[in-house]
Design a protein. Structure first.
Length: 119
């Protein structure tokens, strides 16, 4: 099981990616397609066109790390992007459910308090 600090932001790339790409190729996608900094320490999640493979890229203090998973059956169902940015931010719990085979678009969430963001 993967665990990350609460401050880590998790961003899913909603467009399929050629997973033959490695560290530098995925970091370039983070910069160009997701508009984020791959050295930020945040977690970036990519899947292939068939949806049966997923790669996670993150900066770990002194270098990039990749986590890779291939399913023998089934697919990873990424949520659809609500804007044209190509990425969807999710929580660590959402990522865990996604990796366990849960379709996040079908999850019904109860209302919870969220502290307002101060400007």
């Amino acid at each position: 099981m993967l665990t990350f600090p609460a401050a880590v932001r998790i961003l899913l790339c909603t467009q399929p990616v050629d997973l033959r790409r490695s560290f530098d190729g995925l970091a370039t996608l983070v910069r160009e397609h997701l508009g984020d900094d791959p050295l930020s320490g945040h977690l970036f999640v990519f899947r292939n066109k068939a949806g049966d493979r997923v790669k996670l890229l993150y900066w770990d203090k002194d270098g990039f790390a990749i986590w890779y998973k291939r399913l023998e059956e089934g697919v990873f169902r990424f949520p659809t992007a609500t804007d044209h940015g190509g990425g969807v931010a999710v929580s660590a719990a959402d990522l865990t459910m996604l990796l366990d085979g849960v379709d996040l678009d079908s999850v019904r969430r109860r209302h919870r308090y969220h502290r307002p963001v101060s400007a």
